[in-house]
Design a protein around this ligand. Structure first.
Ligand code: 5GP
Length: 209
């Protein structure tokens, strides 16, 4: 079985990346979502173990020391990290594992796993981003300002991603994202083992003649 690929999805807070990711998981069989660990407090409706594993700062730091994260970062004063074991298990099982993480973590992944696929989700314009953040009504104006300032920092790294995904029409965006991932699967850099097998088999065949 072909090993799954590691897919990193980042994007500005309010770009709709969570929705895109949920749709991919629900509509296609080949994806597994990594549930991150965080020290931030749960928002209304968020479920421990599903949205995130919510832990204390002490617990998070202990897990860093025990090397339990594939990557971790500090974002708006809180820790966020990807537990390593689940990602490894699912990739071995042939699933494409999606990490919905911010830029610092994404760049750590790119360094450790050059064959990971990095996607950056953005709204068509910053005015639309602002409108979405305000209409969400889950954060104070202060937090929204912090997130927009964070978006400015993140935009400086967008060019390091493999693809920019513009989330204008959600249906189209989900379809495009799935197609990009499918195409990435067939890229030569992600088919090294397959290419070697084909070459080996042909070599054996020609030698046997
Ligand atoms: P939020 O607080 O809005 O759920 O997430 C804040 C940011 O942290 C988002 O950009 C989200 O993608 C990112 N994030 C969530 N989980 C992780 C993680 O495990 N690692 C890193 N580096 N970022 C994460």
């Amino acid at each position: 079985m072909k090993k799954g690929i590691l897919i990193v999805i980042s994007g500005f807070s309010g770009a709709g990346k969570g929705t895109v990711v949920n749709r991919l998981i629900n509509e296609y069989d080949d994806y597994a979502l990594s549930v991150s660990m965080t020290t931030r407090s749960p928002r209304p409706g968020e479920v421990d173990g599903k949205s995130y594993f919510f832990v204390s700062r002490e617990e998070f730091i202990k897990r860093i020391e025990e090397k339990e994260f594939l990557e971790y970062a500090v974002y708006c004063d809180n820790f966020y990290g990807t537990p390593l074991s689940y990602v490894e298990e699912q990739m071995e099982a042939g699933k494409n594992v999606i990490l919905e993480i911010e830029v610092q973590g994404a760049l750590q992944i790119k360094e450790k796993h050059p064959d990971a696929l990095l996607l950056f989700v953005t709204p068509p314009s910053i005015q639309i981003l602002k409108d979405r953040l305000y209409s969400r009504q889950t954060e104070s104006v202060d937090v929204i300002h912090k997130r927009l300032a964070q978006a400015e920092v993140e935009s400086r790294h967008m060019h390091l991603y493999d693809y920019v995904i513009v989330n204008d029409n959600l249906d189209e965006c989900v379809k495009n994202t799935n197609e990009i991932i499918k195409a990435a699967h067939s890229s030569t850099v992600r088919s090294v083992e397959f290419i070697e097998t084909i070459k080996e088999e042909l070599k054996l065949f020609t030698e046997g003649e």
